[in-house]
Ligand binder design. Sequence first.
Ligand code: SF4
Ligand code: SF4
Ligand code: SF4
Length: 289
Amino acid sequence: MNEADYKELKKGGMMRQAEAGLFSVRLHVVGGRLDTTQLRAIHDAADRFGRGEVHLTSRQGVEIPNVRQDSLSALKEFLSPSGVGVGVCGPTVRTVTACQGCRVCPSGVIDSPELADAADRAFYGKPVPHKFKIGVSGCVNNCMKAEENDAGIKGWIEPRWERGPCTLCGVCAAVCPTKAIATAEDGSLTVDLDLCIGCGDCIVSCPSGGMREARRGYRLFAGGKFGRKPFLGKRILGVLTTKEEAMAAITAVLEFFRAHGKPRERFGDTLERTGFDALERRVKEVTGL
Ligand code: SF4
Ligand code: SF4
Ligand code: SF4
């Protein structure tokens, strides 16, 4: 097979193996969720077209290794009725990852699978200057490592102090993991939202309702990557309170990458050139947030 033909196969999720003539086939698994019908179909496909094994990837995906080149089309057709498609590779938006979010996890602040599905429907496989990964964590425990993604989302709770019910017991400041809560000279409490990591611990711990929830929603991180030169994404914007706002912000981030990114340049490197401020300004302009 010539390199041009292989490039096309690779774009469609067929990865050449070390052993000549064999491919590892990447499947499209959004947020690591598969129903039992799909699992059975993958099981049967691995038996029929591979060597009876699958590989679970670091981004919640499934790959079927040891598939012969002349079986690739048949494998795709076999999986199609179950709704399992093949993945993508190359300079495209990759499958969106997500934790189980607030519908399952007691710590969840946002419905991670709901946002992941919406983002995947809108962006999956779309061309960009270099690979682009989106990951959604339902809360700041951050099981999906938002900062390792080109665009990462975390569920976030923003606190607000109210003098009336506060007894100045000091519990909130004591539990805050980032020392974001301080006492001013006049005895009032301040919350430094730059230090705040949105965990909500101060609200849960407050015995009198003096620390309240100002808003909860989605916090966007941009420019993260792993691999050879890891870089943690930085948070931009404030708390986005609806799924629609989160989608608008991710859309604006992708448009920024298309406008400013160079071929084979990861988004974090683009932002190093343009400055994160430029992205934040643009996202604000586009979304009106
Ligand atoms: S990130 Fe939060 S909501 Fe998601 S699984 Fe982890 S603890 Fe639960
Ligand atoms: S939400 Fe968490 S990080 Fe923010 S002020 Fe409260 S305890 Fe501190
Ligand atoms: S925990 Fe509640 S009552 Fe105690 S200082 Fe903080 S806001 Fe006030």
